[in-house]
Ligand binder design. Structure first.
Ligand SMILES: Cc1cc2nc3c(=O)[nH]c(=O)nc-3n(C[C@H](O)[C@H](O)[C@H](O)COP(=O)(O)OP(=O)(O)OC[C@H]3O[C@@H](n4cnc5c(N)ncnc54)[C@H](O)[C@@H]3O)c2cc1C
Length: 405
C-alpha cells in the first residue's frame, strides 16, 4: 500500500504562539497564496528553481495589486510596514503554497539603500517602479579579479564635468540580460585606501557603451552574464549618496543579501515536501521508499536540521527587531541554509534515481518524469555556497567574530 506523503509544516512544527490578530493575518495571506499562486509555477518553485523573468514580473504585479509589493519596506516608501513576525508568517505561508519568492535585487538589495541614502529625486524615480515590477535591477559588483576580495575591484569611474565616465568589466551579473537598471560599484579614487575610493552608481542599462554577454550555468539555464562597460557616460545624478562612500553602502547590501537567504530558510520546507513526496510515491516491491527506515531516518534528520535553523532565524529576527546586534549569526545562517539546501535537493534527486535525469532541454521547457525540476534545482543550489559571500568567507567571519581567531 502506498502511504500519503506527510506534509512538512514549518509553522506547526515551530508551534508559533500566534495572537488572534496574527492568526487572522495568517489566514488572510494563506487564502491569498492558495487562490493566486499560478499552478504552472508550483513544481519549479518546489524544486528550488528560479522562475522565468516574465513570471517574476507577473508575480510581483499580483502582489503589488494586493498592496503587498514590498513586504519588508516601511509604509512611507510604499511598503507594508509589517513587523518581523508578519514577515515570517508571510514567507511561511508562501512556502506552504509553493508560491515563488519575489525577485530580490531591487526589493531587498538596492531599494532599501536608495530609501536610506538616496536623494529625494532618486527615491521618487526608482522606488515606485521596484514595487510595481516595472523596473528590474541587476547587481554589478563582482569582476573577473574581484569576487571574494571585492575591494580590489578595478572598474573606473572618472569625473568629467557633470558626468562620470565608467570603464571596466563585471562578472556573473545575474539577469543583466533582462534588467533595465544596474547598481554598480566603481573606483572613483585610485589613490585612496582600497575601500575608500569606491562609489555606488545607479545605471540605466540602455546607456551607450554597455555590452552584456551570456554565461550559461551547469543547470543549462541562462541566469548570469558578463557585462562590459566601455566609456559609459553617466550624469552625476547617477551617483548614490556620497562619492567614495560606496563601499559602506555596498557592505550594507551584502549583509542584507545574507539576511535575504535567512528569510528564505522557510523555503527549505518546500524542497523537503518534494523529497518526502518522492519517497512516498517511489514503489519498492509492495511498498514505497518511505517504508525503508534508512530513508525515513534521513528525512527526519533533515527536518530536524531545518527546524533548528528556523529557530536560529527566529531568534535573529527577534534580536534585530529589538535593535540588538546578532553578531556573526547571519553568516552562520547563510552557511547552514546553503548546506541544507544542497543536501535536501541532492537527496530528492537520489530518491528519483534515473527519473531525476529527465532533463537536458534548454531553459525551462517541460520534461517528462515525476519531478523533472528536482535535478535542475539540485544543480542550481550549488551557487548558494558561492554567492552572497562564499561559505569559506562566511567561515572566516564566524572565526573572527564568534571565536575571536
Ligand atoms: C550563478 C552566480 C550568480 C552570481 N550573481 C552575481 C550578481 O548578480 N552580481 C555580482 O556582483 N556577483 C554575482 N556573483 C558572483 C559571486 O558573488 C562571486 O562568485 C563570489 O563572490 C566569489 O567570487 P569569485 O567567483 O571571484 O571567487 P574567488 O573570490 O576567486 O574565490 C575562489 C575560491 O576561493 C575561496 N576564497 C577566496 N578568498 C578566500 C579567503 N580569504 N579565505 C578562504 N577562502 C577564500 C572562495 O570561497 C572560493 O571557494 C554570482 C556568482 C554566481 C556563480
Amino acid at each position: 500500500m502506498l502511504k500519503p506523503a506527510a506534509i512538512f509544516d514549518p509553522l506547526d512544527i515551530m508551534n508559533l504562539d500566534l495572537t488572534p490578530e496574527q492568526q487572522a493575518f495568517r489566514d488572510e495571506v494563506r487564502a491569498f497564496f492558495v487562490e493566486n499562486t499560478p499552478q504552472s509555477f508550483k513544481a519549479r518553485v518546489r524544486a528550488g528553481m528560479r522562475l522565468e523573468p516574465a513570471e517574476f514580473v507577473t508575480w510581483q504585479k499580483l502582489l503589488h495589486a494586493r498592496g503587498w509589493g514590498a513586504p519588508s519596506w516601511p509604509k512611507m516608501y510604499g511598503g507594508t510596514g509589517w513587523d518581523p513576525t508578519q514577515l515570517y508568517i508571510f514567507e511561511t505561508e508562501a512556502s506552504k503554497a509553493d508560491a515563488p519568492v519575489q525577485f530580490h535585487q531591487g526589493l531587498e538589495l538596492i531599494g532599501p539603500i536608495i530609501f536610506t541614502f538616496g536623494s529625494e529625486a532618486q527615491k521618487a524615480k526608482y522606488l515606485p517602479a521596484i514595487i510595481t515590477g516595472d523596473d528590474w535591477w541587476c547587481q554589478g559588483y563582482s569582476e573577473p579579479g574581484a569576487g571574494s576580495d571585492l575591494a580590489s575591484l578595478s572598474t573606473r569611474a572618472v569625473r568629467d564635468g557633470d558626468h562620470y565616465v565608467i570603464s571596466g568589466q563585471k562578472a556573473w551579473t545575474s539577469y543583466a540580460h533582462v534588467a533595465n537598471r544596474m547598481f554598480l560599484l566603481a573606483r572613483t579614487d585610485p589613490d585612496a585606501r582600497k575601500q575608500a575610493g569606491i562609489s555606488l552608481f545607479l545605471v540605466d542599462m540602455d546607456t551607450p557603451g554597455i555590452t552584456v554577454r551570456p554565461v550559461v550555468t551547469m543547470d543549462e539555464i541562462h541566469h548570469t552574464n558578463e557585462v562590459f562597460l566601455d566609456a559609459v557616460r553617466l550624469p552625476v545624478t547617477a551617483l548614490l549618496g556620497e562619492e567614495g562612500k560606496g563601499w559602506g553602502y555596498g557592505k550594507v547590501l551584502l549583509d542584507r543579501e545574507r539576511g535575504v537567504t535567512a528569510a528564505t530558510t522557510t523555503r527549505l520546507a518546500q524542497q523537503l515536501r518534494g523529497a518526502r513526496a518522492a519517497a512516498a510515491t517511489a514503489r519498492v516491491g509492495e511498498g514505497c521508499l518511505l517504508d525503508d527506515p534508512r530513508i525515513a531516518d534521513r528525512l527526519a534528520q533533515l527536518e530536524l536540521e531545518v527546524m533548528a535553523l528556523e529557530g536560529m532565524v527566529m531568534r535573529t529576527m527577534a534580536e534585530a527587531a529589538s535593535g540588538q546586534d546578532s553578531g556573526p549569526r547571519a553568516s552562520m545562517i547563510k552557511v547552514r541554509w546553503s548546506e541544507l539546501l544542497q543536501e535536501v535537493t541532492e537527496f530528492w534527486t537520489e530518491l528519483q534515481g534515473y527519473d531525476a535525469m529527465h532533463f537536458g532541454a534548454v531553459n525551462n521547457a517541460p520534461l517528462p518524469g515525476p519531478d523533472p525540476w528536482a535535478a535542475k534545482g539540485m544543480l542550481y543550489s550549488r551557487v548558494t555556497s558561492i554567492y552572497g559571500g562564499s561559505n569559506e568567507i562566511q567561515r572566516n567571519i564566524i572565526a573572527r567574530r564568534a571565536l575571536g581567531l
